[in-house]
Design a protein around this ligand. Structure first.
Ligand code: GTP
Ligand code: MG
Length: 287
């Protein structure tokens, strides 16, 4: 094992650069990635064997000082095997291997927890299906560095943002969900993008307070950021529907997540629970 090799503590066991998470959910700090890189990129993947190699190759070509953390949920298509090969090839990729499909939110949380045990100043999350263009990552990072933000997100619903190849139904559902969030919170017009960079402070806050295990985690992060008064910056991106592999987000699931998010928005407006800005201030003061 070299200095960048990870070791699993408590909930997992380590082998090379793979961490096997045995008990499903891990707690922050239980997974260790000994990386000095400035940027950690978290890729939650399920059945993305066809997309992962091109995505990793493009990210490695950005010229950033980075560590990639791939969180796979025992994908039947052999995504983990591909990740292992990529880890051998590039030497800066860690695979967090979980036993079963446990949801996008918990995968991102496990990846962030791992990243925070290293030296990363910035934690970037993006989809593993090439819908988010790796070439846009530097735009998000530039904004992060220049604007001293805690959260920079790539937005489709702002001037210059675009969606390619989505059906009318998919566009309508996404647009409605995002518009409701905007009206309800007074926050940004995009809340369902997983193309984001968080500062260490922002990522720690999210890890402490987020609970969403599935897609609802994505708007939850924005609600927590707003409640905590974190500095949020948006940059326009072009989102392209996946060309390979299949979507994991069913229509009924999507509607369930929207209802879940609406409940969060009500809490935010009423200043209740995790989304209360008063609690967020207290939390900040105690850290
Ligand atoms: N580890 C893990 N990754 C997941 C899970 N569900 C989704 N993902 C990954 O999360 C990212 C976003 O999922 P997608 O299926 O592309 O969802 P989407 O982008 O909303 O839907 P489409 O783009 O329409 O396919 C992809 O990289 C998926 O592989 C999960 O349960 N576990
Ligand atoms: Mg996708």
């Amino acid at each position: 094992m070299d200095s960048r090799t990870l070791s699993g503590l408590g909930g997992g066991r380590s082998e090379g650069r793979i961490l096997y998470v045995m008990r499903g959910r891990t707690k922050a700090g239980m997974i260790r990635v000994f990386s000095m890189a400035e940027l950690a990129i978290i890729l939650a993947v399920y059945n993305e064997a066809e997309n992962l190699p091109s995505l990793v190759e493009a990210l490695e070509g950005l010229g950033e000082d980075l560590e990639i953390v791939v969180v796979d949920d025992n994908s039947p298509d052999g995504t983990a095997h591909i990740a292992h090969q990529l880890s051998d090839e590039y030497g800066n990729l860690t695979l967090v291997q979980r036993p079963a499909k446990l949801g996008l939110g918990s995968a991102l949380r496990d990846g962030m927890a791992a990243a925070l045990t290293g030296e990363a100043r910035y934690i970037l999350t993006m989809d593993g299906d090439l819908s988010h263009d790796p070439a846009d990552a530097p735009l998000l990072l530039d904004a992060m560095r220049k604007e001293r933000a805690d959260l920079v997100q790539g937005s489709r619903y702002m001037p210059g943002g675009e969606i390619r190849n989505w059906s009318l139904g998919r566009r309508a559902l996404s647009r409605c969900a995002n518009q409701l969030f905007h009206w309800g919170t007074g926050g940004p017009r995009e809340s369902t993008t997983n193309f984001r960079v968080l500062s260490r402070r922002g990522a720690s806050l999210v890890l402490d307070r987020a609970r969403g295990n599935g897609y609802e985690f994505v708007p939850e992060v924005m609600l927590l950021a707003l409640a905590s008064g974190l500095r949020v910056v948006e940059v326009p991106i072009t989102f392209t529907d996946r060309e390979r592999g299949r979507s994991k987000l069913g229509k009924s699931q999507a509607v369930g997540h929207i209802l879940h998010t609406l409940a969060g928005i009500v809490q935010y407006r009423l200043g209740l629970g995790r989304f209360s800005s008063r609690r967020a201030r207290k939390h900040r003061a105690s850290n």
